[in-house]
Design a protein around this ligand. Sequence first.
Ligand code: ADP
Ligand code: MG
Length: 584
Amino acid sequence: MATTNQNTSNTQAAPAAPSYPNQVTGMWVLAKALGMVGITDMYGLVGIPVTDFAYIAQEQGIRFFGFRHEQNAGMAAQTHGYLTGKPGVLLTVSSLGFLNGLTATANATVNCYPMIQISGSSEREPIDLLQGTYEGLDQLAIAKPLVKAAYRVNRAEDIPTAVVRAYRAAISGRPGGVYLDVTTPCLGQILDRDVAEALFYEPVDLCPAMPPADEAVRRAMQLIAGAKKPAILIGKGSAYAQVEDLLKEFVDKTGIPYLPMSMAKGVLPDDGPLSALACRSTIMQQADVVILAGARLNWLLSRGHGKWSKTTKFVQLDIDPEEIDINRPIAAPVVGDLRSSLSAMLKALPDYKMSMDATWVPSLQAETKEKNAKFAQRLADNATASPMNHWTAIGAIKPILEANPDVILVNEGANTLDDTRDAITMRMPRHRIDCATWAIMGMGMGSVIGAASSTGKSVVAIEGDSAFGFSGMDFSTICRFKLPVTVVIFNNGGIYNGIGVNLSGNGDPAPTTLDIHARYDKLGECFGADTYYVTTPDQLSTALKASIASKRPTLIDVQLGADSGKESGHIGYLNPESLQHITV
Ligand code: ADP
Ligand code: MG
């Protein structure tokens, strides 16, 4: 018996083959159970009591990506889940490691990404009696309100069932984050091998189809057929559900224009003839019927109010019945999984005659042309700014990313996020990953690792300097695993910008001020990456082309002016009015 829970802390090498070949541990059962449901990758950070478990998982063929911070490992797991449609797995130690990782698991839940956080936890008895045990924390109770489902396993015999349940909960219905608490005694429990082998089973239909009711499809199709100015709003639920084929067929057959949410860019091409990407306000104000396809009427869509016309009727395709009517009455809910719902609508389509206004699409196309010209002018006006501003840098990046549509783009920041999203035309589904529903910072390095590891594709991250800071240390993980990732940092020296004023005059930096002269490229250098420090668009262009071609870990430090960028980017309206606004 080589892998009990007692000797985990000092283990340096992989545990030797069991000296009692007829016995296995809970850790072995856990690794095997994950393999049984098809888990191939795990992201995490080891320590007591899960170190040996990670070794055993590797030994069993599960790839383990060791991180420097659990939150970043969790962001990798959620990105893996989003891109593959199978749960990403995060492994954490007890107490703080668990809490650090839980941030990502909560974020996954809010974004409907399937992931499973597996955390070691200390033995129950002294935790329940508050007797001050090692890293004693009632982790299950803390996780519960933040995740889709949470379970604790106390006995090795229950591990296969627990893993299957966690998997089903993460992936079926509306996907989300699941917490699986595995106690130290359970991880170290010894079972006879034949008893353990008999515990495993192959679960049937882990993610069942959930077709909509016929009546719901009829109601929706009637409304769509009668619409004069219809539009389809594509959300990241559609990207996740991988229904680009069905959406394309629906758009081709009906001629209805579409508008993608941020991470749904590229599900259908941003620059297709029926793309109304540039006409968001017009659609909100003029469309009479809007089909929400895996998009929520949450704050990102003004919760159905704001610019939206009061008379717009909604068809909502969503897997979660509780999502319907949350902010506005939904005239035609189609509750089901998107593949089943769109297939049913396509099947019904020949029975209906569309009545779209002949002028609707041409007017959107004319508006698109006009907006695109304005946008091109803005880029041209800023093309030679010195020092560079966001638009100068994005102008240099845009043609390169668009010439490499299969590169996955990860994007976070405030102005860096908004301007990059607006500027870069996406043509392939699931190639844009960003701060998403909670608009959080700190998803960057984890997401690039999850994206590169789960797809094998090259990844470029466009990061604000502040955003990068949240997860920057895990740039080292990109280097250790030699991933084809380029991290581009827009350094404007601060949160929003680098020109904040400290109102006290005591010489301390303002709350938003960071390091305008920081040489982030040196950070890349210390982990062996290719690095560039660029001050002109030509230098940036050369560096990015070289890094994409090399497929090597690369860090490009882009020096912007400190005055580039405004508070909160596009969502400045969410700030409360403040003293600073009045007095500065
Ligand atoms: P966006 O921010 O792009 O609008 P959201 O994350 O807000 O996207 O919304 C995605 C929606 O997609 C969620 O309401 C979720 O329930 C739904 N969804 C996720 N997977 C599926 C699926 N397979 N079928 C149908 N709806 C889905
Ligand atoms: Mg900044």
